[in-house]
Design a protein around this ligand. Structure first.
Ligand SMILES: CC(=O)SCCNC(=O)CCNC(=O)[C@H](O)C(C)(C)COP(=O)(O)OP(=O)(O)OC[C@H]1O[C@@H](n2cnc3c(N)ncnc32)[C@H](O)[C@@H]1OP(=O)(O)O
Length: 141
Protein backbone atom coordinates (compact mmCIF):
# COMPACT_ATOMS: atom_id res chain seq x y z
CA UNK A 1 0.00 0.00 0.00
CA UNK A 2 1.44 3.41 -0.94
CA UNK A 3 2.06 5.96 1.83
CA UNK A 4 0.69 9.49 1.55
CA UNK A 5 3.53 12.03 1.86
CA UNK A 6 3.08 13.91 5.12
CA UNK A 7 5.15 17.12 5.48
CA UNK A 8 6.20 18.33 8.94
CA UNK A 9 3.55 20.19 10.95
CA UNK A 10 3.66 23.98 10.56
CA UNK A 11 3.38 26.66 13.24
CA UNK A 12 0.52 29.07 12.61
CA UNK A 13 1.68 32.66 11.96
CA UNK A 14 1.51 35.05 14.90
CA UNK A 15 1.97 38.19 12.77
CA UNK A 16 -1.12 37.61 10.64
CA UNK A 17 -4.87 37.69 11.22
CA UNK A 18 -7.21 34.75 10.65
CA UNK A 19 -9.56 36.12 7.96
CA UNK A 20 -11.35 33.02 6.60
CA UNK A 21 -12.01 29.34 7.30
CA UNK A 22 -13.58 27.07 4.69
CA UNK A 23 -13.92 23.34 3.87
CA UNK A 24 -13.64 22.30 0.19
CA UNK A 25 -16.33 19.95 -1.15
CA UNK A 26 -16.23 17.15 -3.79
CA UNK A 27 -17.58 19.58 -6.43
CA UNK A 28 -14.31 21.59 -6.08
CA UNK A 29 -11.99 18.78 -7.26
CA UNK A 30 -9.88 18.46 -10.41
CA UNK A 31 -9.20 15.33 -12.48
CA UNK A 32 -6.70 14.05 -9.89
CA UNK A 33 -9.27 14.18 -7.11
CA UNK A 34 -7.40 17.04 -5.42
CA UNK A 35 -8.93 20.49 -5.04
CA UNK A 36 -8.87 22.58 -8.23
CA UNK A 37 -6.27 25.36 -8.08
CA UNK A 38 -8.76 27.93 -9.39
CA UNK A 39 -11.01 27.24 -6.41
CA UNK A 40 -8.08 27.84 -4.04
CA UNK A 41 -7.23 31.07 -5.87
CA UNK A 42 -10.82 32.33 -5.56
CA UNK A 43 -10.79 31.70 -1.79
CA UNK A 44 -7.40 33.43 -1.43
CA UNK A 45 -8.73 36.42 -3.40
CA UNK A 46 -11.71 36.68 -1.01
CA UNK A 47 -9.55 36.19 2.10
CA UNK A 48 -6.99 38.71 0.84
CA UNK A 49 -9.66 41.38 0.40
CA UNK A 50 -10.70 41.34 4.07
CA UNK A 51 -7.96 43.60 5.52
CA UNK A 52 -7.86 46.06 2.56
CA UNK A 53 -11.65 46.44 2.89
CA UNK A 54 -11.13 47.94 6.37
CA UNK A 55 -8.98 50.65 4.87
CA UNK A 56 -10.82 51.20 1.61
CA UNK A 57 -14.35 51.62 3.03
CA UNK A 58 -16.04 51.03 -0.32
CA UNK A 59 -15.53 49.57 -3.80
CA UNK A 60 -12.25 47.87 -4.56
CA UNK A 61 -10.83 45.53 -7.19
CA UNK A 62 -8.01 43.02 -7.33
CA UNK A 63 -5.39 44.53 -9.64
CA UNK A 64 -2.68 41.87 -9.32
CA UNK A 65 -1.88 38.43 -8.05
CA UNK A 66 1.81 39.24 -7.60
CA UNK A 67 2.82 35.75 -6.44
CA UNK A 68 0.95 32.49 -5.89
CA UNK A 69 2.56 29.27 -4.64
CA UNK A 70 0.73 25.97 -4.32
CA UNK A 71 3.03 24.27 -1.80
CA UNK A 72 0.91 21.19 -1.05
CA UNK A 73 -2.32 19.77 -2.49
CA UNK A 74 -5.65 20.58 -0.86
CA UNK A 75 -8.08 17.71 -0.36
CA UNK A 76 -11.82 17.30 0.13
CA UNK A 77 -12.69 17.68 3.80
CA UNK A 78 -9.56 19.63 4.82
CA UNK A 79 -10.31 22.56 7.12
CA UNK A 80 -8.52 25.50 5.52
CA UNK A 81 -7.45 28.52 7.60
CA UNK A 82 -6.47 31.72 5.76
CA UNK A 83 -4.13 34.17 7.50
CA UNK A 84 -3.37 37.62 6.12
CA UNK A 85 -1.30 40.72 6.82
CA UNK A 86 -0.94 44.07 5.06
CA UNK A 87 2.56 44.46 3.65
CA UNK A 88 2.17 47.79 1.84
CA UNK A 89 -0.30 50.69 1.83
CA UNK A 90 0.16 52.83 -1.27
CA UNK A 91 -1.72 55.87 -2.55
CA UNK A 92 -4.59 53.90 -4.11
CA UNK A 93 -3.58 50.29 -3.47
CA UNK A 94 -2.91 47.84 -0.65
CA UNK A 95 -0.80 44.69 -0.88
CA UNK A 96 -1.35 41.70 1.39
CA UNK A 97 0.45 38.44 2.10
CA UNK A 98 -1.88 35.45 2.54
CA UNK A 99 -0.91 32.05 3.94
CA UNK A 100 -3.25 29.04 3.89
CA UNK A 101 -2.97 26.13 6.32
CA UNK A 102 -4.84 22.82 6.09
CA UNK A 103 -5.94 20.55 8.88
CA UNK A 104 -6.31 17.21 7.11
CA UNK A 105 -9.67 15.45 7.42
CA UNK A 106 -8.29 12.70 9.68
CA UNK A 107 -5.52 14.75 11.35
CA UNK A 108 -7.23 17.70 13.04
CA UNK A 109 -5.11 20.13 15.08
CA UNK A 110 -2.01 19.54 12.93
CA UNK A 111 -1.44 22.27 10.36
CA UNK A 112 0.18 21.95 6.93
CA UNK A 113 0.97 25.09 4.92
CA UNK A 114 -0.64 24.52 1.50
CA UNK A 115 -0.53 27.90 -0.21
CA UNK A 116 1.02 31.35 0.05
CA UNK A 117 0.27 34.37 -2.08
CA UNK A 118 0.76 38.12 -2.44
CA UNK A 119 -2.09 40.17 -3.90
CA UNK A 120 -2.76 43.85 -4.53
CA UNK A 121 -6.15 45.56 -4.29
CA UNK A 122 -7.07 49.03 -5.58
CA UNK A 123 -9.72 51.33 -4.11
CA UNK A 124 -12.04 52.37 -6.96
CA UNK A 125 -14.74 55.02 -7.33
CA UNK A 126 -18.22 54.62 -8.79
CA UNK A 127 -16.74 54.85 -12.31
CA UNK A 128 -14.20 52.08 -11.59
CA UNK A 129 -11.25 54.52 -11.46
CA UNK A 130 -8.57 54.33 -8.76
CA UNK A 131 -9.25 56.59 -5.74
CA UNK A 132 -6.96 57.36 -2.79
CA UNK A 133 -7.03 54.92 0.13
CA UNK A 134 -8.73 56.85 2.99
CA UNK A 135 -6.52 57.52 6.04
CA UNK A 136 -6.94 54.83 8.70
CA UNK A 137 -8.87 56.25 11.71
CA UNK A 138 -6.75 56.35 14.88
CA UNK A 139 -7.53 53.59 17.39
CA UNK A 140 -10.02 54.86 20.01
CA UNK A 141 -10.57 58.07 18.00
C1 LIG B 1 -13.83 42.91 -7.14
C2 LIG B 1 -12.81 42.23 -7.95
O1 LIG B 1 -11.94 41.66 -7.40
S1 LIG B 1 -12.89 42.27 -9.62
C3 LIG B 1 -11.85 40.95 -10.14
C4 LIG B 1 -10.74 41.25 -11.03
N1 LIG B 1 -10.27 42.59 -11.05
C5 LIG B 1 -10.65 43.43 -12.03
O2 LIG B 1 -11.50 43.16 -12.87
C6 LIG B 1 -9.94 44.76 -12.05
C7 LIG B 1 -9.62 45.18 -13.49
N2 LIG B 1 -8.67 46.28 -13.48
C8 LIG B 1 -9.04 47.56 -13.40
O3 LIG B 1 -10.22 47.90 -13.42
C9 LIG B 1 -7.95 48.62 -13.32
O4 LIG B 1 -6.69 48.02 -13.66
C10 LIG B 1 -7.85 49.22 -11.88
C11 LIG B 1 -9.04 50.15 -11.61
C12 LIG B 1 -7.84 48.14 -10.79
C13 LIG B 1 -6.54 50.00 -11.75
O5 LIG B 1 -6.54 50.95 -12.78
P1 LIG B 1 -5.14 51.42 -13.42
O6 LIG B 1 -5.42 52.56 -14.33
O7 LIG B 1 -4.43 50.23 -13.93
O8 LIG B 1 -4.45 52.00 -12.12
P2 LIG B 1 -3.00 52.58 -11.87
O9 LIG B 1 -2.01 52.25 -12.93
O10 LIG B 1 -3.22 54.03 -11.51
O11 LIG B 1 -2.57 51.77 -10.55
C14 LIG B 1 -3.40 51.81 -9.42
C15 LIG B 1 -2.66 51.19 -8.27
O12 LIG B 1 -2.46 49.81 -8.55
C16 LIG B 1 -1.07 49.50 -8.41
N3 LIG B 1 -0.74 48.44 -9.36
C17 LIG B 1 -1.00 48.42 -10.68
N4 LIG B 1 -0.54 47.29 -11.22
C18 LIG B 1 0.05 46.59 -10.21
C19 LIG B 1 0.73 45.34 -10.13
N5 LIG B 1 0.92 44.57 -11.21
N6 LIG B 1 1.18 44.93 -8.92
C20 LIG B 1 1.01 45.71 -7.82
N7 LIG B 1 0.38 46.90 -7.84
C21 LIG B 1 -0.09 47.33 -9.02
C22 LIG B 1 -0.35 50.80 -8.71
O13 LIG B 1 0.97 50.80 -8.15
C23 LIG B 1 -1.28 51.80 -8.05
O14 LIG B 1 -1.08 51.77 -6.65
P3 LIG B 1 -0.61 53.09 -5.77
O15 LIG B 1 -1.50 54.23 -6.16
O16 LIG B 1 -0.88 52.66 -4.35
O17 LIG B 1 0.82 53.29 -6.08
Amino acid sequence: MSEIFSPPAAQLPTDKELVLKVIPMPADTNGNGDIFGGWVMAQVDLAGSVLPARYMQGRMATVAVNEFIFKQPVRVGDILSFFSSVTRVGRTSITVQVEVYAERFADQGRYVKVTEARLTYVAIDSEGRPRPVPPMPKAGG
